[in-house]
Design a protein. Structure first.
Lengths: 171, 194
């Protein structure tokens, strides 16, 4: 027969104690999670950084987009994009900042102003002119007619040409 | 009836101008466009092949704001020998000359007739400031915003140093790092005696 001892906790006391410990543990865990969330800054992912980086080119390594450029300069630029994103800047603001700092040539798509307009005008114009030239060329092409073939077969009225053809036939 | 039609055809043919004198607008415009395109390509190529501005030419004027907020303009530095150094924090050869440039600056600073200007090329501000602190650089330095100054000077990379005499004439161009303090002094000292 079990005897309740003042030094041994009863079943109900045990349950209460474990409940309190469980509650304390939960509180500690919850508060630490919230605290950690408050301390951890909103760090942009590589994909978010690269989505902007691929629209930029570093003047040091021409023709290599920033997202795949392996140089230290480009790595620092990508880090700068990450910092700006973490500060709450959007894509437009970041691109404007890069243009301001390093010039228009960092943009993969040149802005449509000044001489840059040529990039947007020349290709469509070239297509249009090419189409017109082809259209005109096709129109001038003529299908050889039977009449034309017959005419070719008939002897020429020019004595010299007839003689020449006669000589050629002999060869 | 047939005679009437024949007469009309003849009239139409006689009204049409001969091919030799008819204006060929389409062809003219096409050739002009090709010529304009070639001209743009030619001048573009010419510009890229030019290299840095030549020694003996008037140094192009520029204005920049240093990292500490002061504004410097080359045209306002007339009567002084000016050394313009293009650099970047990611550029290892720039580190080779950074210490010597600072030593040279400290040697000339008290004279008052020599100015050193540093321009950070395609560099981030934080890294530039770290670089200046690392080499304890005290002469004015700032970003080449929009790479406008380097484009004006047609720089080909970093480091590059341009030394301008008291009359604003470019007297020497160094397209690689200075290898010693003596080399820097050898470029500046002759200009001080003129």
């Amino acid at each position: 027969m079990a005897v309740d001892s003042p030094f041994l906790p009863s079943r109900s006391k045990k349950t209460r104690l474990s409940s309190v410990i469980y509650l304390i543990l939960m509180l500690v865990l919850f508060s630490s999670t919230v605290y950690a969330q408050e301390l951890t800054p909103n760090v942009p992912t590589d994909n978010e950084v690269n989505a902007i980086a691929k629209q930029l080119y570093c003047p040091v390594c021409e023709n290599t987009p920033l997202d795949v450029c392996p140089t230290q300069a480009c790595s620092e630029w990508r880090e700068l994009i990450r910092e700006k994103l973490a500060s709450g800047w959007d894509e437009k603001q970041i691109k404007a900042y890069f243009v301001d700092q390093f010039g228009d040539r960092v943009l993969a798509t040149p802005p449509a102003r000044g001489i840059n307009w040529l990039v947007y005008i020349i290709p469509p114009l070239a297509f249009i002119f090419g189409g017109i030239i082809l259209f005109r060329a096709f129109r001038t092409w003529k299908k050889p007619t039977d009449m034309g073939d017959k005419n070719l077969a008939q002897p020429s009225s020019d004595e010299y040409v007839n003689q020449l053809e006669e000589e050629l036939r002999k060869l | 009836m047939m005679e009437g039609i024949e007469t009309d055809t003849k009239t139409a043919e006689s009204n049409r101008a001969p091919d030799s004198i008819r204006p060929r607008w389409g062809r003219t415009i096409a050739w002009l466009s090709v010529a304009a395109l070639l001209a743009i390509l030619f001048f573009g190529l010419l510009r890229t092949q030019q290299g840095p501005i030549g020694v003996g030419q008037k140094a192009p004027d520029f204005t920049f704001t240093s990292f500490d907020g002061n504004t410097y303009s080359l045209s306002e530095l007339g009567g002084k020998v000016v050394l313009v150094n293009f650099w970047a924090s990611w550029c290892k050869p720039c580190e080779q000359e950074a210490g010597d440039l600072e030593l040279a600056w400290r040697a000339y600073q008290t004279r008052g007739d020599v100015v050193f200007l540093g321009l950070a090329w395609t560099d981030t501000e934080r890294k530039s400031l770290e670089y200046l602190e690392k080499f304890d650089i005290t002469y004015p330095n700032g970003p080449d915003l929009g790479t406008r100054i380097s484009q004006t000077y047609r720089t080909t990379g970093v480091p590059e140093t341009y030394i301008i005499d008291r009359n604003g004439i470019l007297r020497s161009v160094k397209l690689s790092p200075f290898l010693s303090l003596d080399e820097i002094k050898a470029s500046i000292d002759p200009l001080l005696n003129e």
